[in-house]
Design a protein around this ligand. Structure first.
Ligand SMILES: O=C(O)C(=O)C[C@]1(C(=O)O)C=C[C@@H](O)C=C1
Length: 362
C-alpha cells in the first residue's frame, strides 16, 4: 500500500469547516437513551453518531452490549435526526448485521487489530464496500501491525479508510488510561500523510477532565478528526462512565478547541520560519557531531576495558550520569521523561559500540 491523495478523498469530499466529529455513547443501552443523545447532538458539529452495540470487555460478567437490536435504534437515529451512524465490528457476523442495517461507518477496535485473523475475516466480509472503515491502533504500540491491518482492508478493495489513535496499554502508572505515544501517530503521518487520522481522546484519557487537552494536542499534530464518547448522563452510563462527556460539554469542547492550519503562505511567516529552521539545522548537526565524539570516547573506554577484562555495563557510573543529567536537563527546561529517554538511547548505543570492540575476534 502506498500513500496517495485518493486515501483522503472521502474526507475531502465532505468539505467540513471543522475536524470530523464522531460522537455518541460508549454503548447503546436503551432505545430511549440512544435517541435522546442523538437528538441532543443533532444540531452540533457531530458528523457521525457512534454507539457500541457489541462491547469487548476485559472481564466476563460486565455489560457486553445490547446486540443486534441496537442497530435498529441506530436506524431510527438516522431517520429522526439525519445523523450518519457508526459502530464497532469485531467479526463477520457483526459486519453482516451492520451492513444490513445500513450503518455508515464501521470501526475495528484495538483488541481486534492485534489479530490478523480477525482483521482478515472482517476485511473479507467487507470486501468492496463503500462504507467508511476506520482501524483503531492495536493495544500494543506496534505501527507495522496497525498498518498491516489497514493494508488488509485496502487489499479487499475498500477505498474509504482511515485510522483511529486511541492510545496504548501500559504497565506504567500514568494519568492516562492508554498512553498516547504521540510519536507513533507522527510516524504514521510521515509514512501515510493522506490517510485520515482520527483521535479518540476518550480512550486515551479514561477520564473526562483530560479530554480537552488530549483533543487539542491531536489537532496541533494535524489530526483530521475526533471521536468523543458522549452520554446524556455520563455518571450512570453502563460502560466507561468516567470518560464520557455530556452533549453540552462536547459543544463547549468543540468551541474552545483551537484549530490550526497546516501552514501559512505569508512572506513574513515564511522568512521567519526559514530563519528559525536554519538555526535548528545548525544545532542538529552539532548534536550529531557531539554524539559521534562521545561514542569515540566510549570506544576508547571499550578498548581499555578489553585490555583489563572489565565488564561493559557499569551501573554505578550509569546511575550517576542519569542523576546529574536529569538535574542539568531541568535547569535547561528539559523534562525528566525526555532526558531519561535520550540518555537511555545514548547509553545503549555506547554499550553497542563497546560490545563490538570487546567481542571483536583478533
Ligand atoms: O563509564 C563507563 O564505564 C562507560 O563505559 C561509559 C558508559 C557511557 O556511555 O556513559 C557506558 C557504559 C556503562 O554502563 C557506563 C557508562
Amino acid at each position: 500500500m502506498e500513500n496517495s491523495k485518493e486515501l483522503r478523498r472521502w474526507l475531502d469530499d465532505m468539505n467540513l469547516p471543522h475536524p470530523l466529529v464522531i460522537a455518541g455513547p460508549c454503548s447503546a443501552e436503551t432505545e430511549e437513551q440512544v435517541l435522546k443523545i442523538a437528538h441532543q447532538l443533532k444540531d452540533t458539529d457531530v458528523n457521525y453518531y457512534r454507539a457500541g452495540i457489541w462491547k469487548p470487555r476485559t472481564r466476563p460478567g460486565n455489560f457486553e452490549g445490547v446486540g443486534a437490536i441496537g442497530l435498529k435504534w441506530l436506524q431510527k437515529v438516522k431517520e429522526e435526526t439525519g445523523l450518519k451512524t457508526a459502530t464497532e465490528v469485531a467479526n463477520k457476523a457483526h459486519v453482516d448485521l451492520a451492513l444490513e442495517h445500513d450503518v455508515d461507518l464501521l470501526w475495528i477496535g484495538a483488541r481486534s487489530t492485534v489479530s490478523p485473523f480477525i482483521v482478515q475475516e472482517i476485511a473479507d466480509a467487507l470486501q468492496g464496500t463503500d462504507k467508511i472503515v476506520l482501524i483503531k491502533n492495536p493495544v500494543n504500540p506496534d505501527l507495522s501491525l496497525w498498518l498491516g491491518a489497514v493494508e488488509r482492508l485496502y487489499k479487499a478493495d475498500i477505498p474509504n479508510l482511515g485510522v483511529i489513535h486511541r492510545g496504548f496499554s501500559t504497565y506504567q502508572k500514568t494519568k492516562y488510561r492508554n498512553i498516547p505515544e504521540w510519536q507513533l501517530a507522527i510516524e504514521l503521518q510521515t509514512r501515510f500523510p493522506d490517510l485520515p487520522l482520527i483521535n479518540d481522546p476518550s480512550h486515551i484519557s479514561g477520564r473526562r477532565d483530560l479530554i480537552f487537552d488530549v483533543s487539542q494536542t491531536a489537532l496541533d499534530l494535524n489530526f483530521d478528526g475526533l471521536m468523543i464518547e458522549t452520554h446524556w448522563d455520563p455518571d450512570n452510563a453502563w460502560s466507561d462512565a468516567a470518560q464520557q462527556v455530556t452533549p453540552d460539554r462536547l459543544v463547549q469542547i468543540m468551541d474552545d478547541l483551537r484549530i490550526r492550519k497546516e501552514t501559512d503562505q505569508e512572506a513574513e511567516y515564511n522568512s521567519a520560519i526559514s530563519n528559525l529552521r536554519a538555526q535548528i539545522d545548525v544545532l542538529d548537526n552539532q548534536l550529531i557531531d557531539l554524539l559521534g565524539k562521545r561514542m569515540k570516547v566510549s570506544d576508547a573506554i571499550g578498548e581499555l576495558k578489553k585490555s583489563r577484562n572489565v565488564a561493559v555495563l557499569q551501573t554505578g557510573r550509569w546511575n550517576a550520569i542519569l542523576g546529574s543529567m536529569i538535574l542539568e536537563g531541568e535547569a535547561h527546561g528539559l523534562s525528566e521523561e525526555f532526558v531519561l529517554r535520550m540518555f537511555k538511547a545514548i547509553h545503549q548505543e555506547s554499550i553497542n559500540h563497546q560490545e563490538k570492540i570487546i567481542n571483536a575476534q583478533v
